[in-house]
Design a protein around this ligand. Structure first.
Ligand code: HEC
Ligand code: HEC
Length: 472
């Protein structure tokens, strides 16, 4: 792992006050400058210095009673952020209790199984470390190369500090790791690499495109709860999980048991960003429902948290054989650890704006030409309506309407694809575009539309549209 780039920053941080150093890391254009994730350590601090009154009523000074709506907004954002970053909704009963993921993290030497997960391995799997959770002594030792990044015991120490983004380690009084759970931030956050690659300030809402979720799940010693549900053997399931690839996950496999299909052969989709969602009607690639619908779905049925979930569409045994047989659309766990969190979680997600492209990252003149093409000859704005870049209203299309196959669409209740809101495209170019990443570049996307819709765009017109897409 490369650690050099963190040293200068660390020296700065140790010497200066936190407020002076956190907003000014400079190293990564995608980080402190542009992240709008509302993270405590990085850009939100610097932003709140610039815009102290962004969330406050104009006449509310310190100590004065505020506008009730603004007070509620602030409270909801704070609560929702906590839920997004730290809540497991009780899912440790599944990931730790049933799959024993924590035993794989510990490794045999520390009382678990296998080699254990060292920090180097964790970072290679795309897991991230929240630099704001690390005490100064540890930062110093890390910078001095005095921390053993090949020892699973170091991972346990990081988990005890709650520094691994999206993963919760549960320790007993004797300091033993006894269980583990996952959080929303696992897949929908990254860090700005301000300290070192994989170690930095949180960027909430950014898609974890270098995270290998399948490999992480496949590391669990006991997959029997999943093999029983899916009716496949252990080796088959592990092969499917390892086949998903980086930045991907299959949110429907536990409903329909389909582990293969579509042009790539894999049933997994890309992890989408969870920012820039306000004003957008239907969410997920195939339009399952609103943000709060999907939040409840994921917390209950994917993360395996303890809550209440209702969706009679899952009773359709042809489309969702596993969900129908197991009554997934009628789930009711007690206590309900999910429903009370949904309102604030929804509010927080809507507050996460898409990050602005870094200055100089696209050609402004070409982008201006591209904007005219987007609304005109290229006919993009008919569906991607600015400034939301999806349709106000019912934002779904048949596979034929966008010129692609129906494999993934047919795995959802509506059988359609949702018009993706396009803001922040520049920040998730790893892994490709469209739900399964079938188009490696934005240029490939534009070429697809050019041929599917017979647009007759010239090569330079296609380039201009790409520059416009990068400017969003
Ligand atoms: C294991 C990885 C993973 C975890 C954990 C996870 N998600 Fe997701 N999320 C995904 C994937 C993959 C999709 C795309 C699913 C699809 O379209 O079929 C998605 C889609 C979404 C969307 C829709 C985004 C859009 O463009 O419309 C929202 C909102 C969302 N997730 C919120 C959450 C919340 C809130 C949590 C925690 C309760 C969470 N996710 C946990 C992987 C994850
Ligand atoms: C008929 C409606 C429609 C039109 C017209 C349309 N799109 Fe799309 N667009 C969609 C849908 C639906 C998706 C989601 C496809 C998927 O995920 O498989 C999408 C996805 C995209 C994506 C991928 C975003 C991502 O994050 O993966 C880009 C980029 C895009 N469109 C750009 C354009 C451009 C540029 C044009 C004009 C040349 C255009 N679209 C025309 C409906 C449309």
């Amino acid at each position: 792992m490369k650690r050099e780039m963190g040293y200068a920053v660390l020296a700065l941080c140790l010497g200066l006050s936190a407020a002076a150093c956190t907003g000014d890391e400079g190293g990564q254009a995608s980080g402190a400058d542009t992240g709008r994730g509302g993270e405590e350590g990085g850009s939100s601090e610097s932003r709140s210095h610039h815009e102290p009154d962004a969330m406050a009523p104009p006449d509310a000074g310190p100590g004065m009673p505020g506008d009730p709506a603004m007070d509620a907004a602030r409270r909801m954002v704070e609560e929702g952020r906590e839920t997004f970053r730290r809540d497991t909704f009780g899912d440790e009963a599944f990931w730790g209790g049933a799959l024993r993921l924590h035993d794989a993290i510990k490794g045999e030497a520390l009382g678990g199984v296998g080699d254990g997960v060292s920090p180097a391995t964790a970072l290679a799997l795309g897991l991230k470390v929240d630099v704001d959770a690390l005490p100064p002594e540890l930062l110093e030792a890390l910078a001095a190369g005095q921390v053993d990044l090949d020892d699973p015991a170091t991972t346990l120490a990081l988990l005890q500090l709650d520094a691994v983004v999206g993963v919760k380690g549960i320790f007993d009084d004797g300091g033993q790791l006894v269980s583990a759970g996952i959080r929303c931030a696992l897949c929908h956050s990254t860090v700005d690499d301000s300290f070192a690659p994989g170690i930095g300030h949180r960027l909430d809402g950014w898609a974890a495109r270098d995270l290998d979720v399948g490999a992480i799940i496949a590391a669990a010693p006991d997959l029997s709860p999943l093999t029983a549900l899916l009716g496949v053997d252990d080796a088959t399931l592990r092969a499917v999980l390892r086949g998903w690839g980086t930045g991907k996950f299959d949110a429907e496999v536990l409903l329909d048991g389909k582990a293969a299909g579509g042009p790539s052969g894999s049933s997994a989709t890309l992890i989408p960003p969870a920012y820039g969602l306000a004003g957008v009607n239907l969410h997920t690639f195939t339009g399952w429902g609103s943000v709060t619908y999907w939040n409840a779905f994921v917390a209950n049925l994917e993360m395996q948290g303890q809550g209440v979930f209702y969706d009679p569409r899952l009773d359709d045994a042809d489309r969702f054989p596993i969900a129908a047989a197991n009554q997934f659309g009628h789930k009711s766990s007690s206590p309900d650890l999910i429903t009370p969190k949904l309102a604030a979680l929804h509010f927080y997600q809507l507050a996460l704006e898409a990050p602005t492209p870094p200055a100089g990252s696209f050609d402004e003149k070409a982008a201006a030409r591209g904007e005219a093409l987007f609304a005109g000859k290229a006919r993009c704005a008919g569906c991607h309506v600015p400034p939301l870049y999806t349709e106000p209203g019912w934002n779904l299309h048949t596979p034929e309407e966008i010129g692609i196959d129906d494999f993934q669409a047919k795995r959802s209740p509506e059988g359609r694809y949702r018009t993706t809101p396009l803001r922040g495209l520049w920040s998730h170019q790893t892994g490709g575009f469209y739900h399964d990443g079938r188009f490696a570049t934005l240029f490939d996307v534009v070429c697809h539309y050019d041929s599917a819709f017979h647009l007759g765009l010239s090569g330079s017109e296609k380039d201009d549209v790409v520059q416009f897409l990068l400017s969003l």
